[in-house]
Design a protein around this ligand. Sequence first.
Ligand code: 13P
Length: 254
Amino acid sequence: MKKQFIAGNWKMNLTIDEARGLARKLCDESVNSGVVDIGVFPAFVFLRDICEILRGSKVYVGAQNMYLEKSGAFTGEISGPMLRDVGCTHVIIGHSERRTIFHETNSMINSKIKAALSCGLKTIFCVGEKQEERDDDKTNEVVGNQLSEGLAGLTSEQIKELTIAYEPVWAIGTGKTATPEQANEVHTFIRNTIRSKYENDTAQSIRIQYGGSVNSKNADDLLGQPEIDGALVGGASLDVKSFLDIVSAAARSS
Ligand code: 13P
């Protein structure tokens, strides 16, 4: 049985005081958690403080995005080595908001994953279909393309450093969650796709999180599915109680 991984994507939310307060509470309350991996993904400008607060705790800290080059004339961008420098161990790549609002392509995401792994950042790679793609029965085609283009050229050693997050775009921030069966079905497809490209062991060991309106009420049902190994949580991760309730649901399903 894999350890579940519950990650809080704070997106572009919170003030520095709120972010510090949330991190302090998580530090106090999750010190003893060993059965579930927990991570938080604050805005860039809060990372250094949050890394400091959570240093020595069991809570990982990561960024929500990074640029694919290590340094240079890329005004406004942040590199993987910079994230390492302030204490991050993780990064999210290919979130649907990056894809749709900031026009990130599969090939750019592939380069970012390679850049992240090459500087030792564990990566959460997001995939997921839009509502109209699901309506047109194109979920597997879209997610299949995101996987094959996003993972192009990666070795099975590199794949082992990844977590995949299945986040159907229509379920993000809408309160409209995929049913546990719908999510489990796509997770099975994702694992089979990995199996067809890499060894069975790699496919079995990779963690696949579900994301999209996960909350303390639906977490038990979602995390109880055999192919769901954790959650990437947006809104509900901004409140310490609801986030830790999701962590507890993950512990129950472990
Ligand atoms: P919500 O949990 O707010 O739907 O956001 C999900 C998400 O995008 C996490 O990355």
